[in-house]
Design a binder for this molecule. Structure first.
Ligand SMILES: Cc1ncc(COP(=O)(O)O)c(C=O)c1O
Length: 310
């Protein structure tokens, strides 16, 4: 029978749940999931927290009582697929979380997807630093992925849980966990291609400007097709803290993702994580930033570093 209007809410729609944050999206995914004895969620061993914000990645795991195991990461957060395969082959890890720190992939995602499908493991992508788009790429490899809207757009909150594989179970959203209507409206009004282009242009400017600066290591000189959340550098010789505060004093705020690891990740088991955590500094590339701002930031940074190193 023909209907007057379309009424099928499942037709030509994506399985995306809009939430108040990425951490809620992740928690909804973990909610109500049962873990056979001895099994656990595999997570990367580079997760931090702050007193003010807690841990966007680990709080959902703790809140849902999800058993967890950390896998080690390389000096630049690379994921070693051979080690992952050895872990998946134990049969103890029905789910693995991959974090696309800074909006970049740190492992060959097609290979990771193939590995997960071979071992029947649910691949989950943390896309908190990745723009939400319908394009192929990050966020489409996993059976599920979650995004943070306020990390890319000028909104105060918002997240999305995307279920790519219909067989992946998710829990229900509690009251107060939905995305604000004003945030949704802003998402729809945003010119994402322009935002992406600004971020990529700012990243390229910083990569060129900082490539030979004494005391600075550019962690990822080129980023191909990815859209950056920020521009991570390593500040050499233990000067990160001092540089961070020197820039702050000059009204040039930067961040450090993550300057403090959660207690569950120890320096003995994850030396690379601690080495990065104590030296990383993340510079802004967001769409409100222009070339003049970045030039001033880099000039000041270079001056302050020269002073600190003398
Ligand atoms: C990698 C990563 N995942 C998830 C989150 C959580 O994001 P949200 O603040 O939207 O809950 C954060 C930020 O805290 C993050 O940096």
């Amino acid at each position: 029978m023909i209907q007057k209007d379309a009424a099928d809410v499942t037709k030509h729609v994506r399985d995306w749940t809009f939430t108040n944050s990425a951490r809620t999206a992740f928690e909804v995914l973990l909610r109500g999931r049962s873990w056979p004895s001895g099994s656990s969620l595999l997570m990367p061993g580079y997760i931090g927290f702050t007193d003010r914000e807690g841990s966007g990645v680990f709080d959902p795991v703790r809140n849902t009582g999800t058993p967890f195991t950390f896998y080690p990461i390389g000096e630049r957060l690379q994921v070693d697929l051979e080690r992952i395969e050895a872990l998946l082959a134990t049969g103890n890890h029905p789910m693995i979380l991959v974090i696309h720190y800074f909006g970049l992939a740190h492992v060959d995602m097609a290979a990771m997807q193939e590995l997960c499908s071979r071992y029947k493991v649910i691949l989950v992508e943390d896309c908190a630093h990745v723009p939400l788009t319908t394009d192929a790429g990050l966020g489409t490899y996993g059976g599920a992925a979650f995004h943070s809207l306020h990390k890319i757009l000028a909104v105060p909150d918002g997240g999305v849980l995307r279920i790519n594989d219909p067989s992946v179970h998710r829990g229900t959203l509690a009251s107060g966990e939905a995305c604000a209507a004003s945030t949704m409206e802003h998402v729809l009004r945003s010119d994402l291609p322009a935002i992406k282009a600004d971020r990529k242009r700012n990243y390229a400017f910083l990569a060129e400007r900082l490539k030979d600066v004494e005391g600075v290591e550019v962690l990822y000189p080129s980023i191909g097709e990815w859209v950056p959340h920020d521009f991570p550098i390593r500040v050499k010789d233990g000067l990160r803290e001092k540089l961070y505060f020197a820039l702050m004093e000059k009204a040039l705020p930067t961040t450090a993702l993550y300057y403090r690891m959660i207690d569950e990740i120890t320096v003995q088991d994850h030396p690379n994580s601690y080495a990065l955590s104590t030296s990383i500094l993340n510079l802004p590339v967001h769409q409100d930033t222009g070339e003049n701002d970045l030039r001033a930031l880099c000039d000041t940074m270079e001056k302050e570093l020269t002073l600190l190193r003398s």
